[in-house]
Design a protein around this ligand. Structure first.
Ligand code: HEM
Length: 239
């Protein structure tokens, strides 16, 4: 399934959020999860990547794509650092349902952005990806996928907000259709207990280490009171 290979794209983010050095290996390409025992031994995690992705995918067609994205993200975050959290969450909400395919950006009646799990995603982050796409396509033509632009922008957002750098291999393809509501609704809810969270992540071939590391993304960003009102009982709930 497309999402299974494509969720590997998020594992670089796992490595960054674990704040480990970023010696990522592409030697083998079949393993889904980061080997937990290496983390425990204090070694740099080895993250195996989807076979079809490669760091120099645009070497001929758009050699400066990384620089173009980096400068656009840098400029935008200089004006509004809160966008960093918006970009990171947008990438997660794109990747989890059916893989990192930029389907979340598609407009129209069935758009994922109109679905309830995505109601609080920062629209300014969506607009920033569109602005970057225009710049990149102006420089290189429409050869770079939006999914790759999102992956690069997420990396730059992690870096700008104090996280580690990590390798971002490229070559993702964009979806031509949004994910259906039934799939988008598989994003874990804030009311989930730990067993439900583990189960949800396992359904995407992500293990407990991935869950803990990726949840570290909540170190930055904001939330609406309504998202967490259920966590407080009695009087606290009324404030
Ligand atoms: C484990 C299951 C997860 C649950 C239940 C969850 C739930 C939530 C909720 C309820 C919010 C607040 C939304 C609002 O009220 O505005 C939020 C915000 C956020 N989430 Fe998650 N999340 C999960 C996993 C992740 C992952 C894996 C990432 C990225 C790697 C992530 C990144 C973020 C970020 C950056 C924000 C802040 C967004 C902003 O400031 O605009 N979350 N999450």
């Amino acid at each position: 399934m497309a999402w299974k290979a494509s969720m590997l794209a998020m594992l670089g983010l796992v490595a960054a959020l674990l704040s480990y050095p970023t010696a990522l290996s592409m030697a083998e390409a079949s393993l889904i999860s980061m080997p937990t025992e290496d983390v425990h031994r204090g070694h740099a995690p080895v993250v195996f990547l989807a076979e079809s992705l490669t760091p120099d995918y645009y070497a001929d067609s758009c050699p400066d794509v990384r620089g173009l994205v980096r400068s656009a993200v840098g400029e935008a975050l200089q004006k509004d650092i809160a966008l960093a959290a918006g970009l990171i969450r947008l990438f997660y909400h794109d990747c989890f349902p059916q893989g990192c395919d930029a389907s979340i950006l598609l407009a129209g009646a069935e758009s994922e952005l109109q679905m309830w799990p995505n109601r609080f995603l920062q629209r300014a982050a969506v607009q920033l990806i569109e602005d970057i796409r225009i710049k990149v396509h102006h420089a290189c033509g429409p050869v770079v996928s939006c999914a790759d632009i999102m992956a690069l922008a997420t990396h730059d957002a992690v870096l700008k907000s104090g996280g580690q750098s990590y390798l971002v291999p490229l070559g993702r393809l964009d979806s031509l259709e949004p994910a259906p509501l039934s799939t988008v609704s598989e994003l874990p809810l804030p009311t989930f207990n730990i067993s439900q969270l583990i189960e949800a992540f396992e359904s995407r071939s992500l293990d407990v280490t991935d869950l803990v590391a990726l949840s570290g993304a909540h170190t930055i960003g904001g939330a609406h009171c309504t998202s967490y009102a259920d966590c407080f009982a009695g009087e606290a709930n009324s404030n």
